[in-house]
Ligand binder design. Structure first.
Ligand code: R5P
Length: 306
């Protein structure tokens, strides 16, 4: 029998790692991490690893984590891993997918190739692929799996706000809003957004009556919170009865969380792709199912003995 795959995790992701490992039947092992006074880091993995190894690292606040991936993936190979999967529930650096100004680095392409140089497979949730058709184009690995939280968030909304009007804050959110709306027959619409800077957005509400509606803003990412705060203020001014938020990735930078609550948001429901007080959905089961499919596809037949 092939040995049980190992799921390697970092201390700050212990809870989600345990949920995924239990659902997938993987052995759970923590990567020990030491940070030197000068900022360099040292990692320690188990001294021997099975052929199938998974590394969990969600890539919010990504810069140092990319060095962790470089060190841990190459060490895992040296210690026996033959097939390496990255589970990055949030995949950072996906939004810069073209050079908006001459000379800009196309981060999506560069980071995608970096990850593909280290791993054989990648699993992520609702990656921000605006002008890129598939995850595999962004991260060219043999198995590139993009899961979505849209249906699970839709189920939660059906339970909490069955009459909801789902509203995407910008055109990029249309793909997730459409999936979520179709599942339970929710009314839905999309705003238009113009971004003037990191913390300055202008939103045009769609031509839909808002008076008395229970609106749920539905998006892939909340970062500074300005998109959702601005949309909420305009919706309440237009007569919406309530505004709630359903979002896959709860980045919540700085004061984003109190700011959107002050703008009038009633509740926020996010997934555990990034740990946050608003987490209401766990993605561990779909991630575990994807891991099981990848393992079944890649496991090598045992050598025949006579
Ligand atoms: C952008 O296209 C994303 O879907 C989000 O709408 C955006 O990242 C939110 O950013 P912020 O919270 O900083 O307004």
């Amino acid at each position: 029998m092939p040995s049980t795959p190992v799921l390697l995790f970092f201390e700050d992701e212990q809870e989600s790692a345990a949920r995924i490992a239990q659902a997938a039947g993987h052995q759970l092992v923590r990567i020990a991490r030491h940070r030197f006074p000068d900022g360099e880091i040292k990692l320690r993995l188990p001294s021997a690893l099975p052929e199938q190894v998974v590394i969990l690292r969600t890539l919010n606040d990504p810069n140092e984590k990319l060095i962790e991936l470089l060190l841990s993936a190459q060490t895992a190979r040296d210690l026996g891993a033959r097939h390496l999967t990255l589970v990055a529930p949030y995949l950072g650096y996906m939004r810069q997918d073209i050079a908006f100004q001459p000379g800009e680095a196309i981060s999506q392409r560069i980071l995608g190739r970096f990850i593909a140089g280290l791993f054989d497979a990648v699993i992520t949730i609702d990656p921000h692929l605006h002008r890129t058709a598939t995850l595999q184009q962004a991260v060219p690995v043999a198995n590139a799996v993009a899961l979505s939280a849209a249906l699970l968030l839709s189920d939660l909304i059906a339970n909490r706000r069955p009459q909801a009007l789902l509203l995407g804050p910008d055109e990029e959110s249309a793909q997730w809003v459409a999936q979520a709306a179709t599942r339970h027959g929710f009314a839905h619409a999309i705003c238009r957004k113009v971004r003037h800077g990191d913390r300055a957005v202008e939103i045009a509400l769609p031509d839909v009556p808002m008076a008395g509606r229970q609106v749920v803003l539905f998006d892939d990412v909340v970062s500074t919170g300005h998109t959702l705060a601005q949309a909420t203020r305009q919706l309440l001014a237009a007569g919406a009865a309530s505004v709630d938020v359903a979002v896959t990735h709860a980045l919540f930078i700085g004061d984003a969380w109190p700011m959107i609550l002050n703008a009038g948001v009633r509740e926020v429901w996010s997934t555990d792709c990034i740990k946050h007080a608003s987490n209401a959905i766990s993605m561990s089961q779909p991630i575990a199912e994807a891991l099981t499919r990848i393992t079944a596809m890649t496991i090598r037949p045992q050598a025949q003995t006579h």
